[in-house]
Every structure is written in C-alpha cells, then in structure tokens.
Design a protein around this ligand. Structure first.
Ligand code: ATP
Length: 564
C-alpha cells in the first residue's frame, strides 16, 4: 500500500515538474523571448517528467494489484482455514449461502477497499499538502484558499458515509437473505416439486429479487447523486483557486506565468479527492461485507485437546454425561452412563429425539462441551486432540456425503494410500463390488452426492469408505435407515464382523437389528433407562419391550392377518 501511495505521489511530482517547466518557458516568452536552447531544455524536462509519470503510474497500478491479489488470497485462505477449524458446526454462526457470498463477492469488494480506496485515501492527504508546499512560495493566499477547501471533500465523504454505510449494510443484508433463500430452494427443489410448491416459491423469489433490484437502484441513485455533490465541491474548490490566482495576478503579486501555474495546480488539487470519492461507494459495500466477515473470523473455534489416545483397542466409558446445545433451554443428555468395550457389539436404542445422535456427536468429537465424563482408552475425549480423535473414531451416519468424482476418489478420502486391492476388498465386504465391477470398477464416475447410485448402494459405499479408515472405534448412527433389506443385511454383517476386534456402537431405531448385540442400552430422556441383552430387555417388559413389540406388529402388519 505504501508503494502504491509513493508511486502516486511520484506521478504528482512529475505533473508539477511539467507545469513548472511549461509555465517557466511561457514566462520567458512573454518577458521578451526565450533562447532556442531554453525550448529544447523545457522539452527535455517535460519528456523526462512524462516518462517518470508513466513509470509511477505503472508502479502504482502494480502495487495496487499486488495489494488486491494479496488481500483476496489472504482473506479467502483465512475464511477457509477458519471454516475448517470450526468444523461442521460453522452453521451455528453463519449460513452456507452467506459464507459463499462473503468469500466471493464480499472479498472482491474488500479487495477494492484495500487495493484502491485506502492507498487513494492516504494519497489524498499527501497530495494537497504537497501542492500547498509548491503553491505557497508562489502565492500564499491562493494556496491557503485551496488548503482550507481541501477538508471539505473528506467532510462530505464522512457525512455521506454515515448515510451510505447504513444503506449499504441493509443492502448487503437483503442480498444475503436472497442468497440464503435461493440456495435453500435449490437444495429443496425435489420436495418443492413433490408438493407442487415450486410455483409459489418461484413467485416469492421473484418478488424478493424485484425488491432487491429496486433497493439496489435506490442505492445507486444515492451514490450517483453524492458523486455529483462531491464534483460540485471539487470543481467549486478548483474555481476558487483559479479566482484566487486571478486576483493575485490582478493585484500584481504574481506574474502571468506564475498565475497560470497556480491555475493548473488548482485544477490538479482536487483530482485525488474526486478519485477517492469514486472508490468510496464500492469501498462502503466492501466494509459491510467485511463487518460480517470479521465477525465470523472472530468467532472462537472450540478449544482443542492435546492428549493423544492410547494405541490399540479403545474401550469407551461414559459416566454421568450431560450435554445441552448452545442456546437450548434444557439438557439433551442428563447423566448418561454406559460402557462400549472393544470386541463386542454394543447398541444404543431409544425413542426419537432421546439424544442418540447427540451422544454419537460427542463420542466422535464433533462436540466437546459436555459435563461428566466420556473417556476412550482411559483418556477424557475433551482432552484428546481433535485430529487424533478423528483418526481413531469413525462416525458413519445415514447421510454421509458422497463427492463428485470416481469411486476410488471417494474411498481414498478415508485412506489416501489405499491400494486397489484394499479398495476392492472393502467394496466386496459391503457387497458392492459385483455391481461396481460391471459399472466401471473403481473408476466409476459418481455424480454430486452420489445421485447416480441407489440409496442402499450409496450407503454401502460410505461403509466401505469407513472400513478403509481402519479406526479403533466405529459408531454407526442409523447407518441402515431408509435402505433396502439387502443393503441393511450387508451393513449389519460388516458391523458384526468389525465388532470382533474393534469398538462398535450401533445406533438403530430398528430394534430387530439389535437382537444379536452383546449389550443394548435404551436411552430415554437423555439417560440410560434400561440395559441388557435383547432377551433380558424383553423379559423386563419395559420401554424396550414395548418399542420392540410395536415395531414387530407394524413390520408384520398384513403378513399373517396381524393387526396392530
Ligand atoms: P432420532 O432417533 O429421531 O434421530 P435422536 O435420539 O438421535 O433422535 P438427537 O438428534 O440426538 O435425537 O436429538 C436430541 C434432542 O436434541 C432433540 O430434542 C433435538 O431437538 C435436539 N437437537 C438436536 N440437534 C440439535 C442442534 N444442533 N441444536 C439444538 N438442538 C438440537
């Protein structure tokens, strides 16, 4: 930025040199003629100054460009790194559409703020002071008139800034909410189509877009009219300077040539300030985006632990575990106690909303602000470094993400160095290889979210990916929900086999899947209400037995004339 300001200032000096050389020559001519070598000297000085000006102009552009690209790169890197640090719960502080808009358009506008507006701002202070220094020896009064007028533009800018800042802020907010709505509608397109609500949504979007267009036009109108106001001040100031120069000449204080120099310098005087005004509004838009960006960047990432989990199998012990979501009005987990030892299949069941997924999120390190104790291999989870915990604990949920690319690309997310044989083995284990072999093997192309696979195939691919991870702990959170029985069976087989050597917690609302588990915990109201094997829990005739019997009735409904 300093280089940009310095280069601009150099260009101004070149202008001053040209004005001085030309008016000096005119002075000599009007005073009775100049020698031919004076003309040559003036031409040479002007040519050199023009070269200096061109060079400085180029340097100023290059420096501004360097600031702009630097700002862009740094801000985007910072935003991305912060998103990664915050992890999946970034959404608690910012919407997905907003972060996209901030990282694209917001950064573009801020780039102008840093690359154009700020250097121009500093130059606009340096230029009038420099010109005052040049003009004062010629005529102090004319120089003083201009110096007094110079702060008028910053004063007008500050005034406009108050008004425009608020307007630009509101404009940015409505732009963000339009973006949010647009993204949501696109993501929920299938649902909107299914319920025939797409037409209504389209009209709503069109209405919002129209009101956004109107408010954009209002903002532009305001910005253009303030530019006119600034021009009036700038040209008015320059006119005053010209008048002061003419009066100085009239009064005989300066020669004709000196008066001409004052007139030309007066014209130069307000150019930097006018230019500042033209960058001002884009900069104001950038400031609105910047406020949200810096708010997001200042949101602290949850503290990370430092301990490493012990090597080898990990037993999980949970004692008196409680947890409340930020801003929630009651605890989701209220003193849960359970053990998930390595080498046995453990299950967690319970009515909808009782906190099963919350417990899975705590065990996989996605959330750490719990009270009580949750330890893996004797180490408290909140003390274990997040990356280490992720390496040792794999959470497989029902909505795991499949990325655009090949099957191999998706599998290698879990283990970049996985060989083709290892990947094929993992796909065989989930009974997906036969299908994929025909479709194109490991290089089969997958579209966004794996849309060209069936729900069951997609889920089996995610399980194969998890297998490649080869972690000590696996948590299957409703990994078999909403899929066909063949896929369900394949996944259950994998879970059973994994449980022979690893720590496996199976969360499933379908209790028929849990009958073979060594221990089952039934969660109700955030705590373990019942525990035991399937047979023990049935014999208890408690909540588990009731849920199981209800499910059996529903599943057998109509099969043998059974009615719930
Ligand atoms: P299901 O079987 O329906 O998946 P669950 O037992 O897995 O239910 P959780 O997803 O753990 O239940 O949710 C437990 C409670 O916590 C619910 O009442 C839910 O409203 C609340 N909850 C879940 N996620 C959040 C969140 N991100 N912010 C605030 N509250 C949440």
């Amino acid at each position: 930025m300093a280089a940009a300001v310095l280069a601009k200032w150099g260009a101004l000096l070149a202008d001053v040199i040209i004005i001085a050389a030309v008016t000096r020559l005119l002075g000599l001519l009007t005073a009775g003629g100049a020698a031919p070598d004076e003309l040559a000297l003036t031409l040479a000085v002007c040519a050199l100054a023009a070269l200096l000006r061109a060079f400085c102009g180029l340097r100023a552009e290059k420096a501004a460009f360097a600031v702009q690209t630097g700002v862009k790169k740094q801000l985007r890197e910072k935003l991305y790194a912060h998103l990664i640090r915050l992890g999946p719960d970034y959404g608690e502080s910012i919407g997905t559409a907003e972060i996209l808009q901030i990282a694209t358009e917001g950064v573009d506008q801020l780039e102008i703020y840093f690359g154009r507006y700020l250097p121009q701002f500093f130059y606009s202070i340096a230029a009038p002071l420099t010109l005052f220094g040049v003009m004062a020896p010629i005529d102090l009064r004319a120089a003083a008139v201009l110096l007094i007028c110079a702060p008028l533009i910053p004063a007008v800018l500050t005034l406009i800034g108050r008004l425009a800042g608020k307007m630009a802020g509101r404009q940015w907010d409505s732009y963000i909410s339009l973006g949010d709505r647009f993204l949501e509608n696109i993501q929920g397109m299938t649902t909107l189509k299914v319920y025939g609500a797409d037409g209504g949504r389209q009209e709503e979007m069109a209405g919002e877009a129209e009101s956004f267009r109107r408010s954009t036009m209002r903002l532009l109108r305001m910005q253009l009219s303030t530019l006119i106001l600034m021009d009036i001040v700038a040209f008015g100031g320059a006119a005053l300077g010209v008048a002061a120069a003419a009066m100085a000449y009239e009064a005989g204080r300066v020669s004709m040539a000196a008066a001409l120099a004052l007139v030309l310098l007066a014209a130069e005087y307000f150019i930097p300030l006018r230019q500042l005004g033209s960058y001002f509004h884009v900069a104001m838009n950038g400031v609105s985006a910047g406020e949200r960006m810096f708010q997001f960047l200042s949101r602290e990432a949850p503290p990370d632990g430092e301990a490493a989990p012990p090597d080898g199998p990990l037993d999980i012990e949970i004692r008196d575990l409680s947890f409340r979501y930020p801003g929630g009005d009651r605890d989701t987990l209220t003193g849960a106690d359970l053990s998930v030892p390595a080498g046995t299949l453990t299950a967690l069941a319970g009515p909808s909303g009782c906190g099963k997924s919350t417990l899975a999120a705590l065990l996989s390190g996605q959330r750490r602000d719990y009270t009580g104790s949750a330890a893996a291999g004797g180490r408290e989870l909140s003390h274990i470094a997040r990356d280490d915990l992720r390496r040792r604990v794999t959470l497989v949920s029902h909505d795991a993400y499949v990325f655009t690319g090949t099957v191999a690309d998706n599998l290698r997310l879990a283990r970049p160095e996985a060989t083709e044989t290892e990947m094929t083995e993992a796909l065989r284990a989930v009974r997906l290889w036969d299908f994929l072999q025909e479709a194109g093997g490991l290089t089969t192309a997958l579209s966004e979210r794996g849309a060209n696979l069936s729900g069951g195939q997609r889920q089996r691919l995610c399980i194969a990916r998890a297998l490649l991870r080869d972690s000590a702990v696996y948590i299957f959170d409703e990994a078999t929900s909403n899929i066909d029985t063949e896929s369900e069976e394949a996944i259950m087989n994998v879970a059973r086999r994994l449980a022979e050597t690893k720590t496996v917690l199976l969360i499933s609302h379908r209790l028929a899947n849990l009958t073979a588990c060594a221990r089952i915990y039934l969660l109700a109201d955030g705590r373990v209400a019942e525990r035991g094997t399937h047979a023990e829990l049935l014999a208890r005739e408690g909540v588990y037995a009731q849920l199981y019997n209800e499910q059996m009735l529903l599943e057998n409904y109509g099969k043998r004339g059974v009615r719930p």
